[in-house]
Design a protein around this ligand. Structure first.
Ligand SMILES: Cc1cc2nc3c(=O)[nH]c(=O)nc-3n(C[C@H](O)[C@H](O)[C@H](O)COP(=O)(O)OP(=O)(O)OC[C@H]3O[C@@H](n4cnc5c(N)ncnc54)[C@H](O)[C@@H]3O)c2cc1C
Length: 309
């Protein structure tokens, strides 16, 4: 916490597992705490993550508190564009290609502007910018599977806003480098409505059950397998939990094994001719990284506007 975020990220980096051993953590706490905890953040419990990224996460958590917006995460983009004039924002439109001084949408419509900011995820930016964006052609991704359940308050194993971690991952058959797997273990269980009461009707509790990777088993069979494991965690009351939805997110996190951008380009890519690229992949894979990178793009444009004026 004594260093700036940039200083932390620029420190010499080793593998997180090696760093934890180096500083003296026992195998026991690594397996029982760090694997599921960091594994839940980076979606990879092998801890094959650059140690600087792990230290960055600890720095951020030491400096601030984690929170969940009352209206859901969509509240963030909505608050950003709340004061915009009508018709400034065009939703459900895909940029098919860049053209001179603008972009062409997939329906053929051309949109021109003095400045163009490509604010997509890494793979989308690579598609639109090609060779000009010096990142891997096909960024690799870590995946996650998340199941939501609701329950009566009396069936909740806790009333506290705490995270339940799987301390037995190392002993389980879970492939610790996430991939499509037919054998899996739950990585962690959270009860988001105990943090943000707006996430469940009065008297009920929302559970989110998280597995690293994409699970081959799907549908009812997956729900049943997850219930069986949850019963070993929390007991028979799990049979009263109601399954709401299952989400598989194959492109959830740009793999930590893949080099991020060199430090001198961190935060923003500028290409001249009023063309910029920003997004979490240019900084850190987080909402904060995405927002900071967007701010850098906005500021760069404002400065240029001032120069022109
Ligand atoms: C399951 C999950 C949980 C997460 N939890 C957290 C968390 O608790 N805290 C946290 O800080 N971060 C979290 N993150 C990470 C966070 O969501 C991302 O870091 C952040 O959303 C990245 O923002 P971005 O604007 O860079 O990219 P994105 O949010 O990926 O936005 C890029 C957008 O560009 C659009 N796009 C792509 N190509 C085109 C095109 N050709 N034309 C038009 N549009 C296009 C995409 O559809 C997408 O909407 C989580 C991510 C996942 C998947």
């Amino acid at each position: 916490m004594r260093m700036s975020a940039q200083e932390v990220l620029e420190r010499p980096s080793v593998n997180t597992l090696d760093r934890l051993r180096q500083v003296g953590f026992s195998e026991r706490i690594i397996d029982r705490f760090f694997r599921p905890f960091l594994g839940g953040i980076f979606l990879d419990s092998s801890l094959n993550i650059a140690s600087t990224r792990m230290e960055f996460v600890f720095r951020e958590m030491g400096l601030g508190t984690a929170s969940l917006p009352e209206a859901g995460i969509q509240a963030l983009p909505e608050s950003l564009c709340r004061d915009w004039k009508p018709n400034v924002l065009q939703l459900r439109a895909t940029v098919a290609e860049r053209i001179e001084g603008g972009v062409k949408l997939s329906d053929g419509q051309e949109v021109r502007g003095r400045y163009v900011v490509i604010a997509t995820e890494a793979s989308g930016a690579k598609r639109l910018l090609g060779e000009r964006l010096e990142i891997a052609d096909k960024p690799t991704w870590n995946a996650t599977t998340c199941l939501y359940f609701s329950m009566d308050r009396s069936a909740s194993p806790t009333r506290e806003p705490i995270l339940f971690l799987n301390g037995n991952l190392a002993a389980s058959k879970t492939p610790i480098v996430p991939a499509v797997a037919n054998e899996f273990s739950i990585n962690h269980v959270a009860f988001p409505s105990l943090v943000q009461p707006a996430y469940a009707p009065h008297g009920q509790v929302l559970a989110s059950v998280n597995i690293n990777g994409i699970v081959e088993t799907q549908g009812h069979e997956l729900v049943q397998q997850v219930r069986n494991e949850l019963e070993r965690w929390f007991g028979w009351t799990v049979s009263t939990w109601r399954h709401l939805r299952t989400y598989s997110v194959p492109c959830a996190f740009t793999s930590p094994r893949q080099a991020m951008l060199p430090p001198e380009t961190q935060g923003l890519y500028t290409f001249g001719e009023g063309l910029f690229a920003c997004g979490d992949y240019t900084m850190t894979a987080s909402i904060e990284g995405a927002m900071q990178s967007g701010l850098l793009a906005a500021n760069a444009i404002l400065h240029r506007k001032r120069d022109i004026a």
